[in-house]
Design a protein around this ligand. Structure first.
Ligand code: ACO
Length: 314
């Protein structure tokens, strides 16, 4: 049993194919100017023949290397994804085999809040003593469920993967986390199929999602800091789900955090759903912005709606 679950290594991976806004101008009635002004996105990645597990495998190996541990030392793997390779088996088990681990592995589906849900679940295993070293991954190939003829959604999403290794720690780690769901918003954001025998695409009431995201994430950030007795000044970095720069900056403004303390990657990644927070985290760790001991606020919201936050001492 450990007091905290601490992040001891991060990793990420993006497929090499870049789709710029100018590329989208050629297939949709849209413009780089509109997309940048309304979302902040300039480009995103798209898989060609890579699977969700392929992306997760490279991100996971990078995280294991950063943590300085071997896959055989893992006690548990949790993979957050909305775009699994197959209906079954769980993509997490394909990942387990690919990285050479032998521990239990399962998928967790909570769309854009998937990483926060997976992190919080892993934390419970560590705090109860059921596991000590846990790999938490967010990996998505959302381009497979985007309707490339729908300009209101096709511009938003990207493919990628991010991973963290958690380890039991007596000193510090995840300080606080909060999870929420409200299933009454089904029709605001969903995939339009019955899963078994139809191909479905993302359907979204963008304006409604936007307003709810700003309201819920702003209140959540305030509550999370308050419940941890932490002032905004003590927060070193906000690492939010990367959906829209206007959502991110509205939340930062509400908690009086300057944008210089917010990690933003959506200009290059788009919205990678469950992968967006661990991807942004890894970018900022590897470029030296996030350092050991920094206080980080993760938060995200997505389909369901489901949303959540985690305050982490890195
Ligand atoms: N290019 C040009 N024009 C467009 C495009 C486009 N790609 N998409 C929509 N438009 C048009 C609309 O048709 C509309 O035209 P009209 O006024 O003639 O009817 C106009 O632009 C305004 O449309 P709105 O939907 O009101 O635009 P809005 O400013 O709300 O921006 C957007 C749309 C970017 C989708 C925004 O609502 C948003 O980001 N919402 C959050 C959704 C989100 O991020 N979802 C991801 C999953 S949940 C999550 O991660 C939080």
């Amino acid at each position: 049993m450990s007091k905290f679950a601490r992040i001891i290594g991060t990793g990420s991976y993006l497929p090499p194919k870049i789709v710029t806004n100018h590329d989208l101008e050629k297939i949709l009635d849209t413009s780089d100017e509109w997309i940048v002004a309304r979302t902040g996105i300039k480009e995103r990645r798209r898989v060609t023949d890579e699977t969700t597990c392929d992306l997760a495998t490279i991100a996971s190996n990078n995280a294991l290397e950063a943590a300085g541990i071997n896959a055989s030392e893992l006690d548990l793997i949790i993979l957050a994804t909305t775009t699994p390779d197959k209906i079954f088996p769980a993509t997490a088990t394909i990942l387990q085999n690919a990285i050479g681990a032998s521990c239990p592995a399962f998928d967790l589906q909570s769309v854009c809040s998937g990483f926060i849900y997976a992190l919080t679940t892993a934390e419970q295993f560590i705090k109860t003593g059921a596991a000590n070293k846990v790999l938490v991954v967010g990996s998505e190939t959302l381009s497979r469920i985007v309707d490339w003829k729908d300009r209101s959604t096709a511009i938003l999403f990207g493919d990628g993967a991010g991973a963290v290794v958690l380890s039991g720690d007596e000193e510090t780690g995840i300080l606080h986390s909060k999870l929420f769901s409200d299933g009454s918003y089904l029709s605001s954001l969903q995939v339009s199929n019955n899963y078994i025998n139809e191909t479905g695409y993302i359907e979204m009431a963008g304006n409604e999602v936007f307003k709810i995201a700003v309201n819920r994430l702003s209140s959540l950030a305030e509550e999370t800091l308050k419940e941890c007795n932490m002032s905004t000044d003590e927060l070193d970095w906000m690492v939010p789900h990367q959906a829209n720069i206007r959502i991110i900056s509205a939340v930062a403004k509400r908690i009086k955090t300057p944008m210089e303390k917010v990690v933003v990657t959506l200009n290059k990644h788009g919205n990678t759903s469950a992968a967006s927070i661990p991807l942004a985290l890894d970018v900022a760790v590897r470029d030296g912005r996030i350092k050991k001991g920094d206080n980080l606020l993760f938060e995200g919201i997505g389909g369901g709606f489901s949303w959540g936050s985690a305050l982490v001492q890195f």
